[in-house]
Design a protein. Structure first.
Length: 100
């Protein structure tokens, strides 16, 4: 059964976008790590996580695309930080959803 687009709320769409981005244990690890410190460089993450740099890059891209993290180029590295406002919004949306 298909759902007409106009029946979905913006909050539902946003929560689904955040949920999809968090749908991998490596991404959850990255979010948890960034929530405990101000920022982290991609090179530091590649030393911590036993995955290929290209794979890490894809995970960071997914989190950034969803708006959960932000990246700033500090040549030759990229510094990633949690997007605090969007992370708080994601927590609020998930909490509201879980109380249904």
């Amino acid at each position: 059964m298909s759902t007409p687009k106009n029946t979905l709320t913006e909050n539902q769409k946003l929560a689904a976008r955040f949920g999809k981005a968090l749908g991998h244990p490596v991404r959850l690890f990255i979010i948890e790590l960034l929530s405990k410190q101000s920022c982290c460089y991609s090179g530091d993450l590649s030393e911590i996580l036993p995955i290929a740099k290209s794979t890490l890059s894809q995970h960071l891209k997914e989190l950034k695309s969803a708006g959960l993290i932000q990246g700033e180029i500090e040549a030759p590295k990229i510094k990633y930080c949690l997007h605090r406002e969007n992370w708080e919004l994601a927590q609020k949306l998930f909490k509201e959803f879980m109380q249904i």
